[in-house]
Design a protein around this ligand. Sequence first.
Ligand SMILES: Cc1ncc(COP(=O)(O)O)c(C=O)c1O
Length: 472
Amino acid sequence: MGTSVSSLRVDVGLLELAAAEAFRYLEGLPERPVSIRATDAELRKLLGGPLPQRPSDGKLVLGDLVAGVDAGLVPSGNGRYFGYVVGGTLPVAMAADWLTAAWDQNCIVHDGSPATAVVEEICGEWLVDLCQLRPGTSVAFTPACTHADLLGLTVARHSVLARAGWDVAERGLAGAPPVTVLINESIHAAVVRPLQLLGLGGSIRTLPVDSEGRIREDALDEAIAAAAGGPLIVCGHIGEINTGGADRLRVLADKTHAAGGWLHLDAAFGMWAAASPRLRHTLADGIELADSIGTDAHKALNVPYDCGIAFIADKQAHQAAFPLSADYLHLDPSQRHPVQWGIEVSRRARVFPLWAALRTLGKDGVGELIDRLCGHARRFADLLAQEPGIKIVNDVAYNQVLAVFEHPHEHPDTHTRQVAAVLQQQGEAWAAVSRWQDRVVLRISVANWATTEEDVQRAAAALTAAHRELLP
Ligand SMILES: Cc1ncc(COP(=O)(O)O)c(C=O)c1O
């Protein structure tokens, strides 16, 4: 019994127990109700109480963990979970993630984990090629897209101020030339928060968008003219959080660059349109012109949480924005040192699951995966649109479907909320409401490799039934 720290050892039985529980969970996922079944009080009762005084046996603790969390787990790996934008996990990426935990690498510098440093280089090269970004683009692996946006915008701030003769890393913001930051008004909070952290919250000007969430060109022209040639950062997106739409990247890039500015793109799940031959020339046209991009592998690419990626087109600008001096770190300039490319110091080797996903799918497989998600989204929209009173309000060009449910007496906002509540209680599928252009919409996000045609049919049927049930 592991009841003291001195008796701890690597217990194969403990790891086998964990694997067996993982199999049990994964095998049960397709049949598991797609709903949340526990209250916080119930979870607290199972998992809380005072912290024990003495060490406990690992297997017993693992058993308690499994029993305690089970009803509070969101079955997001089920193919009928369409909430937020939550990707599934490719089996090979999950397996690589287990190994990553066992290997427990801290990849600050090359000599902390040469394998991680080299695999980061390889994945960076693969991704630049896959998404046809500018050759020489530098890549950093972050916990999530918000951090990737923070990283890209940190380089943006440094770079536009450096062009105005101001070293912000050295001198700070006090007394710096004012920076104009233009953002798409429907851009994700993951861009606004980094700007606020960077001291640029007061410089933000939001630009109005069209029905698909694309910056209006007239508004962009006017705002760029008002910036009068000063330091300028423009933020657009691929994969608007509701519609899945994308800005006109070429127009944004041309106008931003003509004014000497920096173009940053938030592309948490939209990035992967660039890897689909079908979508590359629509949603992602001009992506290679962006100066920085933040994305996630843990959404549409189906790598497990957490795995964000930042791309910076100008490697020198990237390095200049992240000065580092720490005598204890061995920073041989001929090697990659992850700490020189990102914000974190110590961190896990989150690149291994990504490597496994990319190597398994190959270029064609990534494109097929993304096309499959988009095909399911279109089918979902078609099925819903057949029902009187259900309206699809976005152009389903990517993986997102926005539906409004109409009622003869109720306001559509109220009825749409009620349909969502019924769906969530019944547990056949899960999606939630959002607000898009002043109305409540049911937001369906198809982001899981495991979703099948049958899942789409079952979810659409459940929604149609919930809608009918609530009609007079
Ligand atoms: C469009 C968009 N941008 C950014 C983010 C933030 O990503 P993360 O949660 O990985 O930081 C999300 C998350 O849902 C998103 O959908």
